[in-house]
Design a protein around this ligand. Structure first.
Ligand code: FES
Length: 157
Protein backbone atom coordinates (compact mmCIF):
# COMPACT_ATOMS: atom_id res chain seq x y z
CA UNK A 1 0.00 0.00 0.00
CA UNK A 2 1.41 3.36 -1.09
CA UNK A 3 0.94 6.23 1.28
CA UNK A 4 1.33 9.96 0.74
CA UNK A 5 4.00 11.01 3.23
CA UNK A 6 3.09 14.71 2.91
CA UNK A 7 0.18 14.10 5.34
CA UNK A 8 2.74 13.06 7.94
CA UNK A 9 4.95 16.05 7.17
CA UNK A 10 2.05 18.44 7.66
CA UNK A 11 1.27 16.86 11.05
CA UNK A 12 4.92 17.03 12.08
CA UNK A 13 5.05 20.69 11.06
CA UNK A 14 2.05 21.43 13.22
CA UNK A 15 3.70 19.94 16.32
CA UNK A 16 7.20 21.26 15.62
CA UNK A 17 8.88 22.23 18.87
CA UNK A 18 5.96 21.04 21.02
CA UNK A 19 7.16 18.80 23.84
CA UNK A 20 5.29 15.62 24.73
CA UNK A 21 3.54 15.55 21.39
CA UNK A 22 4.32 12.01 20.25
CA UNK A 23 0.90 10.58 21.13
CA UNK A 24 -1.06 13.44 19.52
CA UNK A 25 1.18 13.10 16.44
CA UNK A 26 0.47 9.38 16.26
CA UNK A 27 -3.25 10.01 16.72
CA UNK A 28 -3.21 12.50 13.85
CA UNK A 29 -1.21 10.13 11.64
CA UNK A 30 -3.70 7.36 12.31
CA UNK A 31 -6.57 9.73 11.55
CA UNK A 32 -4.94 10.63 8.24
CA UNK A 33 -4.28 7.06 7.06
CA UNK A 34 -6.70 4.97 9.11
CA UNK A 35 -3.74 3.18 10.70
CA UNK A 36 -0.05 3.77 11.42
CA UNK A 37 1.91 2.94 8.26
CA UNK A 38 5.57 2.02 8.77
CA UNK A 39 6.77 4.76 6.39
CA UNK A 40 4.85 7.37 8.39
CA UNK A 41 6.27 6.10 11.69
CA UNK A 42 9.75 6.19 10.16
CA UNK A 43 9.25 9.84 9.23
CA UNK A 44 7.97 10.63 12.75
CA UNK A 45 11.06 8.90 14.11
CA UNK A 46 13.45 10.78 11.79
CA UNK A 47 11.96 14.20 12.51
CA UNK A 48 11.27 13.90 16.24
CA UNK A 49 14.29 11.75 17.10
CA UNK A 50 12.03 9.19 18.81
CA UNK A 51 13.30 5.67 18.23
CA UNK A 52 11.15 3.35 16.08
CA UNK A 53 11.14 0.82 18.93
CA UNK A 54 9.57 3.47 21.19
CA UNK A 55 6.94 4.31 18.58
CA UNK A 56 6.08 0.62 18.17
CA UNK A 57 5.99 0.29 21.94
CA UNK A 58 3.39 3.07 22.15
CA UNK A 59 1.44 1.72 19.15
CA UNK A 60 1.14 -1.74 20.69
CA UNK A 61 0.50 -0.54 24.26
CA UNK A 62 -2.52 1.63 23.47
CA UNK A 63 -5.48 -0.18 21.94
CA UNK A 64 -6.50 2.98 20.08
CA UNK A 65 -3.58 2.48 17.67
CA UNK A 66 -3.57 0.13 14.71
CA UNK A 67 -0.52 -0.97 12.79
CA UNK A 68 -2.58 -2.47 10.00
CA UNK A 69 -5.41 -0.99 7.97
CA UNK A 70 -8.96 -1.92 8.90
CA UNK A 71 -11.00 -3.96 6.46
CA UNK A 72 -14.04 -2.62 4.67
CA UNK A 73 -16.26 -4.33 7.27
CA UNK A 74 -15.32 -4.59 10.92
CA UNK A 75 -16.84 -7.54 12.74
CA UNK A 76 -17.00 -6.92 16.45
CA UNK A 77 -17.86 -9.97 18.51
CA UNK A 78 -19.12 -9.13 21.97
CA UNK A 79 -17.26 -10.89 24.77
CA UNK A 80 -19.19 -9.30 27.63
CA UNK A 81 -20.48 -11.64 30.35
CA UNK A 82 -23.87 -12.45 28.78
CA UNK A 83 -22.35 -13.11 25.38
CA UNK A 84 -19.44 -15.02 26.88
CA UNK A 85 -21.75 -17.47 28.64
CA UNK A 86 -23.87 -17.75 25.50
CA UNK A 87 -21.03 -18.90 23.28
CA UNK A 88 -19.01 -15.87 22.14
CA UNK A 89 -15.87 -18.03 22.11
CA UNK A 90 -17.39 -20.56 19.71
CA UNK A 91 -18.65 -17.73 17.57
CA UNK A 92 -15.22 -16.19 17.39
CA UNK A 93 -13.61 -19.53 16.57
CA UNK A 94 -16.03 -20.14 13.70
CA UNK A 95 -15.46 -16.64 12.29
CA UNK A 96 -11.69 -16.96 12.62
CA UNK A 97 -11.82 -20.26 10.75
CA UNK A 98 -14.07 -18.86 8.06
CA UNK A 99 -11.92 -15.78 7.46
CA UNK A 100 -8.54 -17.36 8.11
CA UNK A 101 -7.57 -14.58 10.53
CA UNK A 102 -7.25 -14.23 14.27
CA UNK A 103 -9.09 -11.64 16.35
CA UNK A 104 -7.34 -8.29 15.88
CA UNK A 105 -6.46 -9.05 12.26
CA UNK A 106 -7.75 -8.14 8.83
CA UNK A 107 -8.23 -10.45 5.88
CA UNK A 108 -5.61 -10.14 3.13
CA UNK A 109 -8.17 -8.74 0.69
CA UNK A 110 -8.99 -6.03 3.29
CA UNK A 111 -12.68 -7.00 3.31
CA UNK A 112 -13.07 -7.98 6.97
CA UNK A 113 -11.41 -7.04 10.25
CA UNK A 114 -12.25 -9.05 13.33
CA UNK A 115 -12.32 -7.49 16.78
CA UNK A 116 -13.33 -8.51 20.26
CA UNK A 117 -15.33 -5.96 22.24
CA UNK A 118 -16.88 -5.65 25.68
CA UNK A 119 -20.66 -5.42 26.19
CA UNK A 120 -22.37 -3.63 23.32
CA UNK A 121 -25.55 -3.09 25.31
CA UNK A 122 -27.90 -5.74 23.94
CA UNK A 123 -27.29 -8.57 26.41
CA UNK A 124 -30.77 -10.04 25.98
CA UNK A 125 -29.77 -10.77 22.37
CA UNK A 126 -26.60 -12.64 23.30
CA UNK A 127 -24.41 -13.75 21.75
CA UNK A 128 -24.26 -10.55 19.78
CA UNK A 129 -21.93 -9.08 17.20
CA UNK A 130 -21.86 -6.01 15.02
CA UNK A 131 -20.70 -5.73 11.45
CA UNK A 132 -20.26 -2.13 10.49
CA UNK A 133 -23.31 -0.30 11.82
CA UNK A 134 -25.54 -3.38 12.00
CA UNK A 135 -26.13 -5.56 15.05
CA UNK A 136 -26.62 -9.31 14.69
CA UNK A 137 -28.39 -11.03 17.57
CA UNK A 138 -28.66 -14.53 19.01
CA UNK A 139 -25.88 -15.88 16.85
CA UNK A 140 -24.76 -19.42 16.48
CA UNK A 141 -21.43 -20.18 14.84
CA UNK A 142 -23.26 -21.35 11.69
CA UNK A 143 -25.52 -18.29 11.63
CA UNK A 144 -22.55 -15.94 12.01
CA UNK A 145 -20.63 -17.65 9.21
CA UNK A 146 -23.73 -17.48 6.98
CA UNK A 147 -24.04 -13.73 7.66
CA UNK A 148 -20.41 -13.15 6.78
CA UNK A 149 -20.66 -15.20 3.59
CA UNK A 150 -23.72 -13.22 2.57
CA UNK A 151 -21.90 -9.93 3.09
CA UNK A 152 -18.82 -11.16 1.24
CA UNK A 153 -20.97 -12.34 -1.66
CA UNK A 154 -22.88 -9.05 -1.76
CA UNK A 155 -19.61 -7.18 -1.75
CA UNK A 156 -18.43 -8.88 -4.94
CA UNK A 157 -21.67 -8.18 -6.83
S1 FES B 1 -22.62 -8.89 27.06
FE1 FES B 1 -22.80 -8.89 24.91
S2 FES B 1 -24.25 -7.35 24.58
FE2 FES B 1 -23.96 -7.27 26.69
Amino acid sequence: MEICISHTDKILDKYKGTKGSIIPIMQQVQKAYGFLPEEALQRVSDITGTRMSQLYGIATFYTQFRLKPLGKYTIRVCHGTACHVSGAEMLTEAIENELGVKTGDTTKDLTFSLESVACIGCCSLAPAMTIGEDTYARNTPAKAVKTIKKIAKGDKN
